[in-house]
Design a protein around this ligand. Structure first.
Ligand code: IPD
Ligand code: CA
Length: 261
């Protein structure tokens, strides 16, 4: 939580200002602030746990040779929103214990997680087996059992193939749910499923750091989480209220089959 707040302070300081861009792709942007947040988080964790390993979006895998713990970090989730001044982004931090039984397909077993959105002050936290909280209040997923009443979010990702697939499948889904949204920060979206603001979220091709923390938070809040590993460390991801899981997962599978044929 302290590490997430440190990154949140960096984000608040730079938000809305002229930003240094490290790298621009057609579908994505990397900012200096991504790295500044990452430095702040890693320093904060290593001060307390100097031997632990770190897997973070910008630096990759570092340290941890003599430790069974791995911290998985997205220093700034929603970088493109941040760049355009859209106030929907967060920091995502999870701790996993390697060598323990894997849960949800990530390396080892999730221990604890924090996702922090500094502009709204939303601090989502979870500890494996002990539930999830939003700013200290216990979280529960939405009570909903009809897709027609569901508010579903998704993300386009940044690969051409992923964007095409979503354009094909999204059109069918949009006609079956109350609203389909594309908000631009996967970890925050998944946490919003955990607290019932969204009924479900899915995206293809998410990375470990996009989902490591939020998957634990959603699971602990009672969401159904389905993760298919499509390549090492990349996931087709779905989290939703249990009451719409069967209908939603069947619909997503059906649109997958159609886009393959
Ligand atoms: C991205 C955001 C976006 C999702 C992309 C992610 P980033 O993370 O979560 O909503 O659609 O797939 O890569 O690059 O802002 O950390
Ligand atoms: Ca990021």
């Amino acid at each position: 939580m302290a590490a997430a707040r440190t990154a949140g302070a960096v984000q608040k300081k730079h938000y809305g200002k002229l930003l240094n861009v490290d790298c621009k792709m057609r579908n994505d942007i990397k900012l200096e602030v991504d790295r500044l947040c990452e430095d702040a988080i890693i320093n904060s964790i290593l001060q307390v746990f100097p031997t632990h390993g770190i897997l973070s979006e910008e630096r990759g895998l570092t340290g941890g040779e003599a430790s069974e713990y791995l911290w998985i970090i997205d220093p700034l989730d929603g970088t493109v929103n941040f760049f355009y001044g859209l106030p929907y982004f967060c920091t995502s931090i999870a701790c996993y214990r390697l060598g323990a039984a894997a849960t949800g397909g990530l390396p080892g077993e999730a221990v604890c997680a924090a996702v922090y959105a500094p502009l709204t002050g939303d601090l989502f936290t979870a500890e494996a087996g002990a539930g999830a909280e939003l700013n200290g209040e216990e979280l529960r997923v939405a009570h909903i059992d009809r897709l027609a009443e569901a508010m579903i979010a998704t993300g386009f990702g940044s690969t051409e193939a992923g964007i095409r697939k979503l354009c094909d499948g999204g059109a069918t889904l949009a006609g079956k749910v109350r609203k389909l949204r594309c908000l631009g920060a996967a970890a925050y979206d998944i946490c919003n499923v955990a607290c019932g603001r969204l009924s479900g979220f899915f995206e293809k091709g998410l990375y470990n750091w996009d989902v490591a923390a939020a998957a634990l938070i959603a699971t602990e809040a009672g969401a159904k989480v389905r993760m298919h590993e499509i390549s090492p460390g990349r996931w087709d991801f779905l989290a939703c209220a249990p009451g719409i899981f069967d209908e939603l997962s069947a619909l997503l599978d059906q649109s997958d089959t159609q886009s393959h044929s």
